[in-house]
Design a protein around this ligand. Structure first.
Ligand code: ATP
Ligand code: ZN
Length: 276
């Protein structure tokens, strides 16, 4: 592929634009294998899968609390329909895939536990650009709604099975407790609470010899989104929710780091698992 050697992308971690990469068809085969693998993991509980746009309504993002919690990461769409100076539109860039699911259930009473999944290209205005920290990346999320205890148990089970699947792909994973990097003094408080209540866990893996990143994260939101989107259980209580988010581009980078750039050299079991 000498003629295309000027095109760089996810494979070699470099790009003309920092944090924005181009994905080759060899890369997309891996991503497709990951999609199938995640689908198979959750085939038992998942009722429906969605593919979302890279943009979302500003109102939904606000209702999810993203612009106030992570103002530094949010990207917005500006435009001008009549050719004047561009101004903010009613759209922002998708920050987390699961945000697309909450409006679907807004105002509803859930008669039974509900499990949905969604993939979206997300944008985050990251400050640094180490390997795997992209500004535009694919996130595949599985989200479970229901009663408090059942949702927390699902999060624990989902995290365990995701970890087993990822280590089965030859990745040396670690499951670690985490907190979101909230802003400022209230942020410190929120991060501490999140850690104390063990709401967020990450599955990490090596992306380079001296860099590990979260390749998947599991969050128990408690009643946060139920309250924000007025989703209730039949007994009138607010629905609890949890999500398990897979970073498709980061998993791909971790696989390439573990097994090499050329997928034809990868261990047979891994190739079979991803249908490569
Ligand atoms: P990090 O701690 O690395 O900033 P995060 O805790 O903000 O990640 P989540 O919001 O939980 O991540 O996002 C879910 C998943 O999406 C992460 O586990 C990761 O695999 C992926 N992800 C998050 N941010 C990025 C990014 N900037 N580039 C590529 N993948 C990302
Ligand atoms: Zn989520």
């Amino acid at each position: 592929m000498a003629a295309l050697s000027h095109i760089r992308g996810l494979e070699d971690g470099t790009s003309e634009i920092r944090g924005v990469v181009l994905s080759s068809s060899a890369n997309e085969k891996i991503v497709d294998g990951l999609r199938r693998g995640i689908g198979a993991l959750f085939a038992g509980d998942r009722e429906e899968h969605f593919v979302a746009t890279p943009v979302i309504s500003r109102r939904t993002s606000e209702r999810a609390g993203y612009p106030t919690t992570f103002p530094q990461l949010l990207g917005a769409v500006h435009g001008s329909q009549d050719g004047d100076e561009p101004t903010a539109t009613d759209l922002v860039l998708t920050s987390a895939a699961c945000h697309h699911l909450y409006p679907l259930l807004a105002g509803k009473v859930l008669g039974a536990p509900t499990c949905l999944s969604v993939e979206a290209t997300c944008y985050r205005g990251e400050k640094t650009y180490e390997t795997g920290r992209l500004r535009s990346f694919r996130m595949y999320e599985v989200v479970r709604f229901g009663q408090a205890g059942a949702v927390e148990q699902w999060r624990d089970r989902a995290l365990r099975s995701a970890d087993q699947w990822l280590s089965g792909l030859g990745l040396s994973t670690r499951v670690v407790q985490a907190s979101d990097p909230f802003f400022g003094r209230t942020g410190d408080f929120l991060a501490r609470t999140q850690r104390e209540q063990q709401l967020k866990w990450e599955i990490t893996a090596e992306l380079t010899e001296d860099l590990s990143q979260a390749i998947a994260s599991a969050n128990y939101h408690k009643e946060y989104f139920g309250e924000a989107f007025e989703i209730t259980n039949t007994d009138g209580s607010e629905t609890h929710s949890a999500c398990l988010a897979f970073g498709l581009d980061r998993i791909t980078l971790a696989l390439r780091h573990a097994h090499g750039v050329d997928t034809s050299d990868w261990p047979l079991a891994v190739r079979a698992n991803l249908a490569l």
